[in-house]
Design a protein around this ligand. Structure first.
Ligand code: MN
Length: 438
């Protein structure tokens, strides 16, 4: 993907709050989301800019958007826009950048019409950005796979297929929720290593997983694979994703068919979908595999993907406990990693998913798998950070955590930053754990 004027770091919005050094949403980002202005009012699509949202429904109705995308911008979810494909996405981004740019939209009648479509972000409720038909979660960090494998299978941490095939499982879309929704501790069947029979009750090993989620664009017809060279045009954008996991349920149920009830009770995503076009300045070469590792098979090899398939995206997980909340203490950072360290690129995950002819549809969500690096402070879940709860984390206020307790809130954050580009962010993905049902 080539850079264009929408990426120019020198350009400013006429909206003051979009200039703040700390904002995730400067003129160069322009992420999409869905929101509601009041409890009973309709779902609308919008674009984040500074501390405002440009109401796309109102902008389309006012004739401010390209005719090719106007109808899609007046839907309650992003699915129709996702289905339109990369040229339409690019045309919309260019128009939004022009309408919100200080240089391109000087003070006057046009700017007034755009300003009339702005809504303060603090006044709205964010919704799921898309109707997610199918959700698949991968396992693309070799560091995560090795660390977790070492706990479950000390003799063989990394299974022989790992470096050949992107491992994934079909998740559950019905329990995907947007940032801010409460996460209820699940019940499940668990068996302690010292006991013969399992018991049913609330999970005692609730965990989070720091991941990136990618939304599928137009997709493919059943039976028609997506070549890796064209996979980039199939990726609409990314969100932060928390794959909540009950480790005690998982360790008892996962063989032989993989994750099931340990994962499908909740998945939280951030509300703003940052487009792959916005991330173009932060594309990097694919993770460099150790020389002894096999090269990807031909259908997972493409020179373009090798050169720019990686993403230099900094991702963090933070914890806010009830005591920290009560004392006004700030959240504590649990880990910080980079998406550049993933063994497989987003495009490889998508191409592999469709390689057997499986059809992907607009709004389908692909989870990357836990983003962990080689260092301990870059491990993206408590299972890894605490060695399955046996080495608890010590928090600044003296508390400890092996796994999550009721009232704990996990906050995921992410941003991209490099010389020659404007820093852009993903916003936040928050989820607060509430007690199991009676
Ligand atoms: Mn996961």
């Amino acid at each position: 993907m080539t850079l264009n004027p929408t990426h120019d770091p020198a350009r400013l919005s006429w909206l003051e709050s979009a200039h703040a050094a700390t904002t995730d949403f400067p003129l160069q980002n322009l992420p999409y989301g869905a929101f509601r202005r009041a409890v009973a009012s309709p779902a609308l699509l919008g674009v984040a800019i500074g501390d405002r949202i440009l109401d796309l429904h109102a902008a389309a109705a006012a004739g401010l958007l390209p005719g090719t995308v106007a109808a899609a911008c007046q839907q309650p979810t992003l699915n129709a826009l996702m289905a339109l494909g990369a040229p339409a996405w690019s045309a919309l981004r260019a128009r939004l950048s022009a309408l919100l740019g200080a240089d391109s939209c000087p003070a006057g009648a046009l700017r007034d019409r755009v300003a009339a479509c702005l809504v303060p972000m603090r006044e709205v409720t964010m919704l799921l950005p898309a109707a997610i038909g199918d959700y698949t979660d991968f396992y693309a960090s070799v560091f995560h796979a090795t660390n977790v494998g070492a706990m479950f299978r000390p003799g063989q941490p990394l299974l022989p297929n790992y470096k050949w095939v992107p491992i994934g499982y079909h998740g559950r879309s019905s329990s995907i929720m947007v940032s801010g929704m409460l996460v209820r501790r699940p019940h499940g069947q668990t068996r302690a290593a010292t006991e013969g029979s399992p018991a049913f009750g609330p999970s005692q090993s609730l965990d989070y997983e720091l991941e990136l989620g990618a939304f599928v664009g137009p997709g493919n017809q059943l039976g028609e694979p997506i070549p890796l060279a064209s996979a980039a045009d199939q990726l609409f954008g990314v969100v932060l994703l928390n794959d909540w996991s009950a480790r005690d349920i998982q360790s008892w149920e996962y063989q032989p068919l993989g994750p099931f009830l340990a994962k499908n009770f909740a998945t939280t995503i951030s509300p703003w979908v940052v487009t792959l076009e916005a991330l173009a300045p932060f594309r990097v070469p694919v993770f460099s595999r150790p020389a002894a590792d096999p090269a990807p098979l031909p259908y997972l090899s493409d020179p373009g993907d090798a050169t720019l398939g990686g993403l230099d995206l900094h991702l963090e997980a933070w914890l806010l406990t009830p005591r920290m909340r009560a004392t006004g203490a700030p959240p504590h950072r649990l880990s910080a990693g980079n998406f550049q360290k993933m063994y497989w690129t987003l495009a490889q995950l998508l191409t592999h998913h469709a390689s057997n002819g499986c059809n992907l549809r607009p709004g389908d969500l692909l989870g990357s798998g836990t983003v962990s690096g080689e260092t301990k402070d870059s491990r993206g879940c408590l299972l890894e950070l605490t060695a399955r709860g046996t080495e608890p984390i010590h928090l600044p206020d003296g508390e400890t955590r092996g796994f999550l307790q009721d009232g704990d809130e996990i906050i995921l954050r992410g941003h991209a930053e490099r010389a020659g580009a404007r820093r852009i962010g993903l916003g936040e993905c928050r989820g607060l754990v509430v007690p199991a049902a009676d």
